[in-house]
Design a protein around this ligand. Structure first.
Ligand SMILES: NC(=O)c1ccc[n+]([C@@H]2O[C@H](COP(=O)([O-])OP(=O)(O)OC[C@H]3O[C@@H](n4cnc5c(N)ncnc54)[C@H](O)[C@@H]3O)[C@@H](O)[C@H]2O)c1
Length: 343
């Protein structure tokens, strides 16, 4: 699924020293692995709170194949300013992914969210400034838009976060802008929409819908749709997000906020059909699986869709992986079995 030639074209002969925070997480591990495969030097930083040793092992395997001596990892916490300072030494570009990454968890534990997602972010910014880092690209979120009705979401719309998580991401963007204006640190905020792909954690009640549904199918259970299935999301493959980050790290005039999504809306009913089709291509018996419906959950946003014009025009970002293609690759990798009993 990786498109090394596309990323290689973006990079050309450039060699940077990248810090990837959250490198043991879903998106961070893909970023670190892709950069190593492209001949870059990468440092990972993660406290392994939601990230896994298995993800880190995947990065280390990549380093052993393509990047001997070009990868080091710091197990540490971004809430500690000293850890952030140590991690910045010699770094030219930061791709900041580390965060408590969940809206529902932030509603249960707002102070924990603030500590990791606001204070931790400020620690990273300040350490980057002191170390003379050239650019920091950070993972923001479509959660900053809240539940305003107008679609698609454009960067110029007012933000209206409805959770500590969304508020933290919005505050991050403001701090990033302030550090650009006050200190000349180049900062880019990428508002990710619904990112999916291999290694996304299916565990827990609040896992993202695609890994959750595949995990249910692997267990022989029917996936759950909360609500009537008419809610829609913008699903973007993690390989496209890797490309967006590399572009944002290197594009000469990249600055400010960019939506990163596919630019296409998919309802949950349509997603279910697509996931089932992908699963059935590996395991034909799954063709007849039906979803279970449960009441919608508090705080769920009805519709979400990115306008990616700005990212296309200023970064050259073009999503290349169609949803069905990405889902097929996931089903293949999971090797969904057809001999499991159905719940
Ligand atoms: N996955 C999505 O659909 C999505 C959408 C919008 C925004 N984002 C953002 O993208 C980033 C990456 O998300 P992900 O889906 O890969 O989640 P993830 O949980 O897989 O990755 C987050 C990583 O950050 C690490 N981390 C958390 N707190 C830390 C701390 N205090 N110190 C050091 N490391 C810490 C975790 O251990 C984990 O490895 C997050 O900032 C998230 O908010 C993700």
């Amino acid at each position: 699924m990786q498109r090394p030639e596309v990323l290689q074209n973006i990079l050309g002969p450039r060699r940077e020293r990248w810090l990837v925070t959250g490198a043991a997480g879903f998106i961070g591990s893909h970023l670190a692995g892709a950069l190593l495969a492209l001949g870059q030097t990468v440092r990972g930083l993660d406290n392994l709170s939601t990230g896994t040793l298995a993800n880190l092992e995947a990065v280390r395997l990549q380093a052993a194949q393509d990047g001997v001596g070009r990868f080091d990892f710091i197990k540490g916490d971004i809430r500690d300013p000293g850890v952030c300072r140590d991690a910045m030494s010699g770094i030219s570009v930061v791709l900041h992914q580390a965060a408590l990454p969940s809206v529902p968890v932030s509603l249960k534990a707002p102070l924990e969210c603030h500590a990791a997602n606001v204070t931790g972010f400020c620690n990273i910014l300040e350490a980057a400034r002191l170390a003379g880092v050239r650019r920091i690209v950070h993972a923001s979120s479509s959660a900053v838009y809240g539940d305003a009705a107008s679609l698609p979401k454009v960067e110029t719309m007012p933000v209206a976060p409805r959770s500590p998580y969304g508020l933290a991401k919005s505050v991050n963007e403001q701090y990033a802008s302030l550090y650009r204006e006050c200190f000349g640190l180049e900062t880019v905020s990428l508002r990710y929409f619904n990112i999916y792909g291999p290694r996304q954690n299916p565990a827990g009640d609040y896992a993202a819908v695609i890994p959750l549904w595949f995990a249910a199918l692997v267990r022989g259970q029917s996936p759950v749709i909360y609500g009537d299935g008419g809610s829609s999301r913008d699903f973007c493959h993690v390989d496209d997000v890797v490309a967006a980050n590399v572009l944002a790290g290197l594009a000469a005039h990249a600055s400010g906020v960019y939506n990163i999504g596919s630019g296409k809306a998919t309802t949950l009913v349509e997603l279910f059909a697509a996931v089932r089709q992908a699963a059935a291509s590996v395991s034909p018996a799954l063709e007849t699986v039906t979803p279970r419906h449960q009441p919608s959950r508090a705080g769920d946003i009805r519709h979400s869709l990115a306008d990616i014009t700005r990212a296309r025009q200023e970064l050259g970002f073009v999503p290349t992986i169609a949803l069905q293609q990405g889902l097929l690759a996931m089903a293949d990798a999971l090797g969904i079995r057809q001999d499991r009993p159905r719940a």
